[in-house]
Design a protein around this ligand. Structure first.
Ligand code: ADP
Ligand code: XUL
Length: 540
């Protein structure tokens, strides 16, 4: 009789600021998180000199990070998993999640190097010569407006690009980023043999071969045809010459990319576990928040704030703010992304010398309506704000508490306003990401959206989603039933006791305030009259 082994699945999340690992154990209805660990790039790997995971930024529109740092973090985290009390022999599959849009530029040495990493020396000592570009542009970059315009014109306009790829051209998307690199560094572009996303780069390091991208992450590039889930030749040609050969293949999110390479097996004692295709953090969070059916939304309050939900059919945003991405389930997902999320909250918190407890207390004790702060400290994605700077309306004699209230109100109203295009009647929201720990922020969310808000047991829904995708990929590859409802069961149910209900009086007030917010936004963007009379009326 063979011994019954309860399989383990590892999910990794390489986000903007940190790398997280979650291991789940699954035996029928018995499902547990058995390992969870995070390392913050700035603290764990100070020699790269990042702040919040980003390299120094002489130009506010440029944002890059270090792919070598991501690789070293992966090595450190795998050592941690191996050094834990887990029985590694039970590890059946690994998958991952990564910040979306970021790109890694590799030269011809990459083909040999990925396969021939020696066990005796750390990974980072061996792959340095494989980069055609040492830095990776990341999703916070907004330097490619010219390239967006050029690509848009070449493919026949915004509508054509959005209908085909799921989004109009966005500065942070990989296609415009590639075009900028090609224009500014044609020699290094020519020397580039492969352009990976952060997700497929890290999957390649695990499997020791050149990994594909999945449709979830490929749809953040302005290069993939949503319908065929293959590269769209017109967009590829509009982006840069010879690009097609430099792009990885696109394979379904459930694809088995390979097995853990000899490096991981011999150096740390891992088994030849399957490596399932990696995806972007938002597609992984879709799974990790349990949104495998249509009609619910999640809000992720990570470095970026995002609102997203599953779509059976790709309904592209006519207003041009949102995106349609591929979903790991084979469906689609709608998403709107706000750049000034947690870092804007941190900035205001630090400005007034508060901690998160004081920040929450400010929200609890301060009524809305004294003013609105549009928190565009950095160039904003939604709405598009190329020239940064916070804009303030009302706010006469505002103290710290009013500043905090006006900031969070504006963030939540922006999310409610700019997610309307998804056409979902939002009755409940699954909240995730670091700031979802803060129930005062979530209460504001409930009041503004007029929806019940739930916290989830596992806060890092991207890493959990990756672990669940590892499980799904493993089951599917063995020909076993792998229905998404069953896969996510037991991990993603919102915790009933955490439910926050909207307060009906506040809800009514926010309906009014939303009109004022819209007027402030329109004015700040140069599209509407001065809203001060409206603001004064509110606070009188
Ligand atoms: P990412 O995955 O994008 O790296 P996380 O989801 O880990 O980010 O969230 C990190 C952010 O969460 C931090 O930048 C911090 O501002 C925020 N955060 C952590 N705890 C709290 C809290 N109690 N209240 C509000 N924000 C918080
Ligand atoms: C989504 C986006 C961010 C990044 C980083 O379009 O740009 O959410 O994925 O989390």
């Amino acid at each position: 009789m063979t011994e019954h082994v309860v399989p383990l699945y590892l999910g990794l999340d390489s986000s903007t600021q940190s790398l997280t690992a979650i291991v789940i154990a699954v035996e029928g209805a018995e499902r547990h998180v058995v390992f969870e660990s995070s390392l913050a790039f700035d603290e764990a790997l100070p020699r790269y000199g990042t702040t919040h995971g980003v390299l120094p930024r002489p130009d506010q529109h440029v944002a890059t990070s270090s792919p070598l740092m991501w690789a070293e973090a992966l090595d450190l985290m795998m050592a941690r998993v191996a050094g834990s009390s887990l029985d590694l022999r039970r590890l059946a599959a690994i998958s991952g999640s990564a910040q979306q849009h970021g790109s890694v530029y590799l030269n011809a040495a990459w083909w040999r190097m990925a396969r021939a990493i020696e066990t005796s020396r750390p990974l980072v000592e061996q792959i340095g010569a494989a980069f055609a570009r040492e830095e990776s542009p990341i999703w916070m970059d907004s330097s490619t407006s010219d390239e967006c315009a050029e690509i848009t014109a070449a493919v026949g306009g915004e509508d054509a690009l959005a209908r085909r790829t799921g989004s109009r051209a966005f500065e942070r998307f990989t296609g415009p980023q590639i075009r900028r690199f090609f224009k500014r560094s044609p020699e290094r572009y020519r020397a580039t043999a492969r352009i990976h996303l952060v997700s497929s780069f890290l999957a390649s390091l695990l499997s020791g071969n050149d990994a594909p991208v999945d449709p979830g992450d490929a749809s953040g590039m302005n290069l993939m045809d949503l319908a065929s889930q293959d590269w769209w030749p017109k967009a590829v040609d509009a982006t840069a010459p010879g690009l097609r050969e430099k792009l990885p293949s696109i394979r379904p999110s459930t694809a088995v990319v390979g097995t853990l390479s000899p490096y991981w097996q011999r150096r740390y004692g891992f088994p030849p576990a399957k490596v399932i295709a990696w995806s972007g953090d938002n597609p992984c969070s879709l799974i990790g928040t349990g949104l495998v059916t249509e009609g619910r939304v999640a809000v992720s309050l990570g470095t970026s704030d995002t609102v997203f939900g599953l779509m059976r059919e790709p309904r592209v945003d006519g207003t041009g703010t949102g995106h349609v991405f591929g979903a790991p389930t084979g469906d689609f997902m709608g998403l709107t992304c706000f750049l000034n999320g947690s870092l804007a909250r941190e900035r205001v918190r630090n400005q007034f010398g508060m901690d998160w407890v004081a920040f929450a207390r400010a929200l609890d004790t301060t009524a809305p309506g004294r003013g609105i702060v549009l928190p565009w400290f950095e160039p904003e994605i939604t709405p598009a704000v190329p020239i940064p700077g916070a804009r303030r309306y009302g706010m006469a004699n505002a103290g710290p508490d009013v500043e905090v209230r006006a900031l969070v109100d504006a963030q939540m109203m922006a999310m409610a306003l700019h997610s309307r295009w998804m056409g979902v009647e939002i009755e409940r929201i699954h909240a995730t990401g670091g700031a979802a720990a803060n129930r005062s922020i979530l209460q504001t969310m409930a009041d503004v959206f007029g929806a019940a808000v739930y916290q989830l047991e596992v806060r890092n829904s991207a890493a959990l989603g990756a672990a669940l995708r590892a499980m799904q990929g493993d089951l599917a590859s063995r020909g076993l039933a792998a229905y998404w409802d069953d896969v996510v069961r037991g991990f993603v149910e919102p915790v009933a006791a955490t439910r926050l209900e909207p307060d009906s009086r506040r809800r009514r007030f926010y309906r009014e305030l939303m009109r004022v917010y819209e007027a402030c936004e329109a004015h700040a963007l140069g599209r509407g009259p001065d809203p001060e009379p409206l603001v004064r009326q509110l606070s009188s």
